[in-house]
Design a protein around this ligand. Structure first.
Ligand code: 16G
Length: 240
């Protein structure tokens, strides 16, 4: 129900209403058109458009050009407590992880990367750029830097599958912890088509430094996650 003389903006009330309505629908089901909503609630199409735009940006709805607006797949909820790999994360949700390798090369570390990995500037690192997909839907773009001396024998085939599995099972190294930052950002021209997003869509910029049990950093990763596909969850404890 929409209350016109409420202090809550009408577009916001409509957003809440649509969220309720789609609880009875499935992923991919169409929703009513702008005109139908405007008529049903006796509000302007501009207001309807604003509500729908907000829900598209939030990842609740998807718009397909010339076809209409549909219920989006629910976001992947990613807990921020455990140190897991992309492959593990997707499999634990019953999804199939896939990887498209965009770049795999050995380069001398520049000062910045060397500093982050605590190695000497100019020493060799693998630079691995991967598009990560789940059930064929692009989820994230990852660029990883790994010291060649530490992560020996890395190949395209390995990073096509799972990096963490290789480090732990083949190299028998123990991954222990990581430091990660999350920032909101907008997708850039070179990223949007790969992630199947419109330019300037909301994304999350994640940087991770991961360490072995010995305290040595073994990877520095910069990732772009689709804002409409991911929701990060964190449990918090109130200090004493
Ligand atoms: C996750 C990690 C990434 C790691 C990858 C290994 C974040 C932000 N990033 O995507 O640092 O390299 O998992 O996945 O969570 P893999 O073992 O499937 O290659």
């Amino acid at each position: 129900m929409i209350i016109k003389d409420s202090h809550i903006p009408i577009y916001f009330q409509l957003e809440t209403e649509i969220k309720e309505l789609i609880k009875d629908l499935k992923t991919g089901d169409p929703i009513s058109s702008e005109r139908e909503f405007a008529e049903k609630y006796d509000i302007s199409r501009m207001t309807v458009r604003q509500a729908i735009n907000n829900l598209v940006n939030e990842g609740v709805l998807v718009r397909k050009r010339g076809k209409g607006t549909f219920v989006a797949a629910p976001k992947v909820e990613q807990p921020l407590s455990g140190l897991t790999s992309f492959s593990e994360d997707m499999r634990s949700r019953g999804m199939t992880p896939q990887t498209k390798i965009l770049n795999f090369q050995v380069i001398p570390a520049d000062r910045n990367t060397a500093g982050k990995l605590k190695i000497e500037e100019g020493s060799l690192v693998y630079e691995v750029r991967r598009l990560r997909l789940a059930d064929n839907i692009p989820m994230a773009l990852e660029t990883s830097y790994l010291p060649c001396d530490l992560i020996k024998g890395l190949t395209k085939e390995i990073v096509h599958a799972s990096l963490y599995e290789y480090v732990e099972n083949s190299l028998q190294l123990k991954i222990s912890h990581a430091t990660q930052t999350l920032e909101s950002s907008l997708s850039q021209k070179n990223e949007s088509p790969l992630l199947e997003l419109k330019d300037g869509s909301p994304v999350l910029l994640i940087e991770r430094y991961s360490y072995l049990e010995t305290g040595t950093p073994f990877e520095y990763v910069k990732s772009i996650y689709r804002g409409d596909r991911y929701k990060f969850v964190i449990d918090m404890k109130r200090g004493q």
